[in-house]
Design a protein around this ligand. Structure first.
Ligand SMILES: C[S@@+](CC[C@H](N)C(=O)[O-])C[C@H]1O[C@@H](n2cnc3c(N)ncnc32)[C@H](O)[C@@H]1O
Length: 261
């Protein structure tokens, strides 16, 4: 019998995030770790929820501007609305490539593949630290002669500096044409350094190369690109929705969207 690829002996980021969001796809080991983080960093739940809303808001904004191709790395366990549902509601011809390195996401990938008949979706099991593989496989459904929105939403805090995250972003952007976009969100220790130090330790102890970044370090990912208004912001301040649940200006998550010149 094939070995189950789902490792339930240690917590995984995708499953802990699902727990923060109130989902059902976590195991006791994830729930224990997530509860420990929540105990000294209750804001992480708000960060997760507002992050997921940001993913939709940013995708909608780009789809409204005519972007119909999306490369989403660090997709997470499907949570409605998924990116393709957001953008295909605006343009049914939208094409979305999802990428994650956690086998739990692959197990649920069916939900990510329910494309409109006019559009297309694809799932790639890969690590963001393998940009060449991702680009090669993404080309199967994306046309790199036309703008692509690259989204790394709540991903880069799982890539510590030793893995050259700034270079990785550049390597992923390099093959994309002018007028492509980069959508990013990232947790920060700027408002509670001690709490985040403990949270990072929990992730690192479980083999995840986590690292929080300051506002300036986050803004550095957009070097050479044109940030769209209102630039780098705390998530609740970026194109806020009139009826949004949280308005706190110190939610520990920075976001931004920029265009490649
Ligand atoms: C916090 S979740 C964010 C999910 C989704 N992007 C969202 O914002 O709702 C981070 C995701 O990144 C994935 N991930 C972490 N490190 C990764 C890596 N090195 N390569 C690819 N995916 C990674 C995790 O498995 C998880 O699904």
């Amino acid at each position: 019998m094939a070995l189950d690829p789902i490792d339930t002996s240690q917590p995984h980021p995708a499953r802990m995030y699902d727990y923060y969001l109130g989902g059902k796809d976590s195991y006791p080991v994830d729930e224990d770790a997530a509860e420990r983080v929540i105990s000294f960093l209750p804001a992480i739940r708000v960060a997760a929820r507002t992050n997921r809303k940001f993913m939709s808001r940013a995708a909608r904004l780009l789809a409204d501007r005519g972007v119909y191709q999306f490369l989403d790395i660090g997709t997470g366990i499907p949570t409605e609305p998924n990116l393709h549902q957001v953008v295909q509601a605006i343009n049914p011809q939208s094409r979305v490539v999802y990428v994650d390195n956690d086998p739990i996401v692959l197990r649920h990938a069916e939900a990510l593949l329910q494309s409109t008949s006019e559009g297309a979706t694809k799932y790639i099991e890969a690590d963001v630290r393998e940009p060449e593989k991702i680009i090669e496989e993404a080309k199967e459904i994306l046309n790199f002669e036309k703008p692509v929105a690259l989204s790394l939403v709540a991903l880069l805090h799982f890539v510590s500096d030793e893995y050259r995250p700034y270079d990785l972003v550049n390597e992923l952007l390099a093959p994309l044409p002018s007028d492509s976009f980069l959508t990013l969100s990232h947790v920060t220790g700027d408002f509670d350094a001690a709490g985040w130090e403990k949270a990072v330790e929990i992730y690192r102890k479980n083999g995840v190369p986590a690292q929080v970044r300051s506002r300036d370090e986050f803004a550095g990912f957009f070097t050479g690109l044109d940030l769209i208004e209102p630039g780098v912001q705390v998530v609740t301040q970026w194109h806020p929705e009139p009826d949004q649940e949280f308005n706190d200006e110190r939610v520990p998550l920075y976001v931004g969207v920029a265009q490649k010149p």
